[in-house]
Design a binder for this molecule. Structure first.
Ligand code: MG
Length: 160
C-alpha cells in the first residue's frame, strides 16, 4: 500500500469562478486567482497521487509558466496523475479531503463535489470522504482571503 498527502491554497477574489472538486459553485461571491481553473481540491488530490508514487509535484508536471495550462480544467492534472499511478502499478483505493473556506457554506454542495470526485477518480462514493471547515475567522482563510484543501489518498497494488 501507499499513502499520499496533498495540500493547496489559492487566493480568493470577487468575480472569479469558484470550482471545488470539479464542481462549480454558481452563486459563490468569490473565486480563485489561478493560472488554471484554480480548483484547490483537485490540485491537492493531484499532489496526493503524485506523492504516493514519489513522482514529484503538480508544479513540476504542469508549470504555471506554461501557456498550455492557462485556464486548464484541473481534471486534466488528476487524470494524468492517475495515469502515472496506474502505469506504476497502483490503484486508488480511497481519498479523504478537507476544504477550509470561511464565507461560502459548502454544506449544500458536498454531495455534488463528492459525486464529481467519484466520477473523476472511478471510486465509489463510499470511498470519497469530504469535510468542510471554516477558518475560525482567523488567518488568511478566516479573513476570507484564501481557500485551503488537504487530501490524503491510499493506493493499493494493482492485480498483476
Ligand atoms: Mg493550486
Amino acid at each position: 500500500m501507499r499513502v499520499g498527502l496533498g495540500t493547496d491554497r489559492h487566493r480568493l477574489e470577487p468575480g472569479l469562478p469558484l470550482v471545488i472538486g470539479g464542481h462549480q459553485l454558481p452563486e459563490a461571491p468569490v473565486g480563485c486567482v489561478a493560472h488554471s481553473d484554480g480548483d484547490v481540491l483537485l490540485h491537492a488530490l493531484t499532489d496526493a497521487l503524485l506523492g504516493a508514487i514519489a513522482a514529484g509535484d503538480i508544479g513540476e508536471l504542469f508549470p504555471d509558466t506554461d501557456p498550455r495550462w492557462a485556464g486548464a480544467a484541473s481534471e486534466l492534472f488528476v487524470k494524468e496523475a492517475l495515469r502515472l499511478a496506474r502505469e506504476a502499478g497502483w490503484t486508488l483505493a480511497n481519498l479523504d479531503a478537507t476544504v477550509h473556506l470561511q464565507h461560502v457554506k459548502l454544506r449544500d454542495h458536498k454531495a455534488a463535489i463528492r459525486s464529481s470526485l467519484a466520477r473523476l477518480t472511478g471510486l465509489d462514493q463510499g470511498a470519497v470522504g469530504l469535510k468542510a471547515k471554516t477558518g475560525e475567522s482567523v488567518g488568511p482563510v478566516g479573513r476570507g482571503e484564501a481557500i485551503d484543501a488537504l487530501v490524503v489518498v491510499l493506493l493499493t497494488r494493482s492485480e498483476p
